[in-house]
Design a protein around this ligand. Sequence first.
Ligand SMILES: Nc1nc2c(ncn2[C@@H]2O[C@H](COP(=O)(O)OP(=O)(O)O)[C@@H](O)[C@H]2O)c(=O)[nH]1
Ligand SMILES: [Mg+2]
Length: 229
Amino acid sequence: MAQLNPDSRELTIKVVYYGPGLSGKTTNLQALFHKMDPKVRGRLMTLDTKDDRTLFFDMMPVFFRSAAGVKVKLKLYTVPGQVMHESTRRIVLQGSDGVAFIADARRSERQVTSTYWHDMIRNLQANGLDPRGLPIVIQANKCDLPDVRTAAAEFADLRDLVQPPVIPAVAIRGEGVVETLHALLAALYRSLDARLGLARTLRVGEDEFLGRVFAQVDLAGTRLTRVSP
Ligand SMILES: Nc1nc2c(ncn2[C@@H]2O[C@H](COP(=O)(O)OP(=O)(O)O)[C@@H](O)[C@H]2O)c(=O)[nH]1
Ligand SMILES: [Mg+2]
């Protein structure tokens, strides 16, 4: 979980992009990387193998400093999707502050998606993280393909224990990618504020927190809406 280092006034936040292999996790990070101003983003580290699959994880840091001098480091990770990397998926989830679950929205992928979702819930619990208290969003990716689920009601098979928002996306075109991160960070801010008192003790408000990240993002074609608590 995110910790504040009181001496350096530095807050490190971990966000994980989880989901089955080939659902579009790396594509999300790549799209974000290209939309983000180099001033706030670090290097995108991807360790894809030649068959297009993530072997260990991808990571991209995003940095900003608040007006009150708090340095925020946001680290975006992906997990490998292949079944044989189950233990790696569990380890990457350790200490996460929020999860974007990237689903391939095609109905043909429904069973695999459900398996990975419930595997994530178990892995969170194995790491001592209560999914009911963790900011989570579901991205319905690949909405450019035929026979997809896009409405939250069509993801009832995932939304039993928790009911995260469902955000439609076409990550290869960069659509829905910023919306997904924005919805997650809005929920994440509230959870961190409740735990660490970001507004009260650090004087970092929600508008500033989201503003500092998304002011540096190319928002062409993006519609950000406020997500209700
Ligand atoms: N049609 C379509 N393909 C996508 C989309 N997003 C990702 N892909 C493709 O799906 C494959 C797997 O994507 P990748 O990001 O590597 O998946 P990961 O295993 O979850 O990291 C790649 O060939 C991507 O180009 C999308 O929105 N629509
Ligand atoms: Mg990948």
